[in-house]
Design a protein around this ligand. Structure first.
Ligand code: Z16
Length: 839
């Protein structure tokens, strides 16, 4: 008989355990206990951060029981696991989300209040974990939520950046960047697992040798070793016991390497090398949709890929005697090309470390990997100089050349007469400098390739990846993006959520299509009035925030017209500005003109090296400064730039929007996901036929969407016949008036130079065709203003948008990936006793 640590059966009474119990009394006791034992504080000396931390530990305790049971369940079943490899995970705050997913929100609120504290205040203490730039990183986070909710065995793999996306502040209307020290007070959500550390090698050379069977083999003699230490963060599903790990790797110097340097007396060298190793996971590259091509970035990519594959292979070999069937236990998804080096790394492991023959290794590799493309912008497709690649990863470069040789041989056999095809398909871009094309590597090494919205996938097939589509049409899939309704409706918009649940129960949170049942109530004036009240209340909350942080007074009855997303020319924040100045000019010409009040709200970060994006931010602020205080405007127009747009700020903004600006040049935005978050919260969209806008319009109904602008095909046709933006300027007096107003220095204290680069780029290039779409946009905005004044019509449109967005739950997206790409099934985690609903 084994003696159990706690002789629980001898206890005369059953008490609720402080680490798992969920009654208000237990939660209060656990909260106080964590404050004392984890933080070393008692109530009267504790800060708000301490209270937040104590509460975080209280939630983490309740996640751990489920987490360990999940691990055990997966071990017992030796199930197929989804591995989501992503250089970015933009998780957003954990505390509110775990309260939601564990169904503990109300009871913890009560426990906190009875402890004399305010839950909202504690929630605000958590630093927003911003280990991503924008859409791609946030998509990865929504996917993890849906995977756990659907009870799919899954692990997210990435990098534990010490500094996430920079903190944005405004200085004189310009963006200034501050380092994001998100780990300063420690991170209660992660558990380091140093015992599962792995070694990663870099540099050196390769050599041929003969193995014990006399076969010719290749080995890599690396120049240096770095250690990867895993840090696990629990990812709970909504209303399930499933808790999957997000495993992020931190880079540390290898002790062995340092010993040698120390022993040789080279202390400075040892320290310098330690620093260099640890630099690998220091900082997230702040570029969205424009890669930088820096050596450190390639080191980051290989670092986390090598660590993750080592982990995956180790887990597989616990239940299997070889790697020939890896694809039966692992589905590895490549989130863009950032982790595409995994294809060469798995080949290297199979060939060099496990002695598997090329054909078998290649078969397993292709069956294991799948690749998601997120962009059509040619400049955003990653390529690495062959020189750099060979210096850092000499063996991988050899493997890639061999993959390419065999691939091009096949292509030549299939299409013997098409010589230019070989050059277009090659994994290597030829020229004065050679480059490895990462998207090509991802395509040949995967069994599935997907775009992230219907139009995007079509354009991949027709354009960006058309030669691959011609070879392997069966490899191509569309997987339209989605977002999790738990964070983006329930957590962000509690008032609307209560309204829904009072009508429908809570089933809509796992089956968003259920919201369509509310269509039967659309003619009920009481229902519509409540809808308006909820929106007004959310707008008032945002107005309070704007007053607090920007010192600008905005009217919650005005149209809240919002564009929040990364600043990029293709997203055309400056087209929005052209509209603002158009209205302003109309007012200046006739101050008594009838203009419905609007509040223009912007938010978004610019990549620090992206000059034009930073100038657009400055322009928004400069226009705001003039417009907001011009007495002629009489408060009818307000322009606000909210600093440091991130997941937490998004949670405040989406519920308060009337109008969602989705105005990218058609054919440029792969999907967009902010568009979905706005619509789900009852905003109407003004948008182009781009990305997922097209599908949002189809779901909402054409009559409930403000469409304008050229189609992707028209953009293409106009470009081909020769686009001359200057013609639009000369032919459209209102457009001319707007541009001239900027050029005159009116928004820059008379400085005519300040915005010249922006104006010139529009007048003489206008890559993203703002001038071509200008008039259509202005006309469409007039329709918006008219529609808003018909309150009943607007309310109806708003309701239909929100309740018809079921398709854009990431649960739907993940189900499609599971069935069509990963071939994985749910494995429910059974637990006794810890059902919080029953407690
Ligand atoms: C990114 O966020 C996206 C694409 C890309 O190549 C790189 C980054 Cl960091 C975005 C797309 O721009 C956006 O349209 C899409 O919705 C999102 O990825 C998720 O798929």
């Amino acid at each position: 008989m084994t003696q159990s640590l706690i002789p629980i059966n001898e206890c005369p009474i059953q008490i609720e355990d402080d680490r798992t119990g969920t009654s208000v009394e237990t939660l209060k006791r656990a909260f106080a206990d964590n404050l004392f034992y984890e933080l070393g504080k008692y109530e009267t000396i504790a800060t708000k951060e301490d209270f937040y931390m104590a509460l975080a530990y209280t939630l983490r305790d309740r996640l751990l029981s489920r987490w360990l049971k999940t691990v055990k369940t997966y071990e017992d079943h030796s199930v197929k696991i989804v591995y989501y490899l992503s250089a970015e995970f933009l998780m957003g705050r954990h505390l509110g989300n775990s309260l939601i997913n564990l169904h503990l929100y109300d009871r913890v609120r009560q426990a906190v209040e009875e402890s004399g504290l305010n839950l909202d205040e504690l929630l605000e203490q958590e630093p927003d974990p911003g280990l991503g730039n924008g859409g791609l990183g946030r998509l990865a986070a929504c996917f993890l939520d849906s995977l756990a909710t659907l009870e799919i065995p899954a692990v997210g793999y990435g990098i534990r950046y010490e500094f996430g996306i920079f903190h944005q502040t405004m200085q004189d209307g310009w963006q200034a960047e501050i380092p994001d020290k998100w780990l300063r007070f420690g991170n209660p959500w992660e558990i380091p697992r140093p015992e599962e550390s792995v070694e990663v090698k870099f540099g050196g050379h390769t050599e041929i040798y003969h193995d014990e069977k006399g076969r010719e083999r290749i080995r890599w003699i690396p120049a240096k070793t770095v250690i990867g230490i895993p840090y696990d963060t629990p990812v709970p599903g909504y209303d399930t016991n499933t808790v999957n790990p997000l495993r992020l790797w931190k880079a540390e110097a290898s002790d062995a390497f340092n010993f040698e340097a120390f022993n040789a007396g080279n202390y400075d060298g040892a320290v310098a090398d330690k620093m260099r190793s640890e630099t690998i996971s220091k900082v997230l590259y702040p570029n969205d949709n424009t890669p930088q091509g820096k050596q450190l970035r390639l080191e980051q990519q290989y670092f986390f890929v090598a660590c993750s594959l080592r982990d995956i292979v180790k887990r597989h070999l616990r239940h299997n005697s070889s790697l020939y069937n890896l694809n039966e236990t692992a589905a590895i998804q490549l989130n863009d090309t950032h982790p595409a080096i995994a294809i060469a790394e798995l080949m290297r492991v199979l060939l060099d470390e496990h002695g598997i023959d090329w054909d078998s290794a290649w078969r397993v590799t292709q069956k294991t990997f799948a690749y998601t493309n997120h962009t059509l912008l040619p400049e955003a497709l990653e390529k690495w100089s062959v020189g750099l690649f060979g210096y850092l990863l000499p063996r991988h470069l050899e493997v890639i050349y061999e993959i390419n040789r065999r691939f091009l041989e096949d292509v030549h056999r299939w299409y013997p007469d098409d010589d230019s095809l070989l050059g277009r398909l090659s994994l290597i871009e030829e020229g004065p400098e050679k480059f490895v094309r990462m998207a090509h590597l991802a395509c040949v090494g995967s069994h599935a390739i997907n775009g992230v919205a219907a139009l995007h996938t079509d354009l991949l097939k027709k354009d960006t990846l058309r030669d691959f589509y011609k070879l392997w049409p069966e490899k191509f899939f569309n997987k339209t993006n989605g977002v999790t309704p738990r964070r983006w409706i329930l957590l962000s918009n509690p008032t609307l959520s209560q309204f829904y649940s009072s009508k429908l129960g809570e089933g809509w949170l796992k089956d968003l299509d259920q919201l369509r049942q509310l269509e039967s109530q659309i003619d009920d004036p009481e229902f519509c009035e409540q809808w308006r009240q909820i929106k007004l209340y959310n707008k008032q909350l945002l107005a309070d925030y704007i007053w607090k942080f920007n010192g600008v007074e905005v009217d919650p009855h005005s149209i809240f017209d919002i564009q929040v997303k990364r600043i990029h020319e293709y997203k055309r924040q400056h087209l929005d500005v052209l509209h603002i100045i158009t209205l302003y000019n109309r007012i200046k010409q006739n101050p008594n003109i009838n203009i419905y009040p609007r509040t223009f709200i912007f938010g978004g970060k610019a990549a620090p090296g992206y000059f034009m994006a930073k100038l657009i931010i400055k322009l928004i602020n400069a226009v705001g400064e003039v417009v907001n205080k011009d007495p002629d405007v009489r408060g009818r127009l307000k322009v606000v730039f909210l600093a440091n747009f991130n997941a937490s700020l998004g949670q405040r903004i989406y519920p308060a929007a009337d109008l969602s600006e989705q105005i990218s040049t058609a054919g440029k935005e792969a999907s967009g996901t902010g568009n979905m978050k706005f619509a789900m919260n009852g905003s109407l969209t003004i948008g182009t036929l781009d990305g997922a806008n097209i599908e949002i319009r189809e779901e909402a109904g054409f009559e409930n969407f403000f469409l304008f602008g050229l189609t992707a095909e028209e953009v293409y046709a106009l470009k081909s016949k020769g686009y001359k933006p200057l013609d639009y300027y000369h032919r459209n007096p209102e457009l001319k008036g707007v541009i001239d107003r900027i050029s005159s220095g009116y928004f820059s204290h008379g400085n005519e130079e300040l915005f010249k680069p922006l104006v010139d780029s529009l007048m003489y290039h206008d890559e993203y065709m703002l001038f071509a779409d200008y008039q259509a946009y202005i006309d469409c905005q007039r329709q918006v203003s008219m529609a808003f004044q018909d309150t009943q019509k607007w309310t109806r449109m708003s309701i239909l948008n929100a309740i018809r967005m079921g398709k854009f739950s990431s649960d739907r997206t993940i189900r499609e990936y599971c069935n069509e790409i990963w071939n994985v099934k749910s494995i429910p985690v059974e637990m006794e006793g810890y059902n919080p609903e029953a407690a």
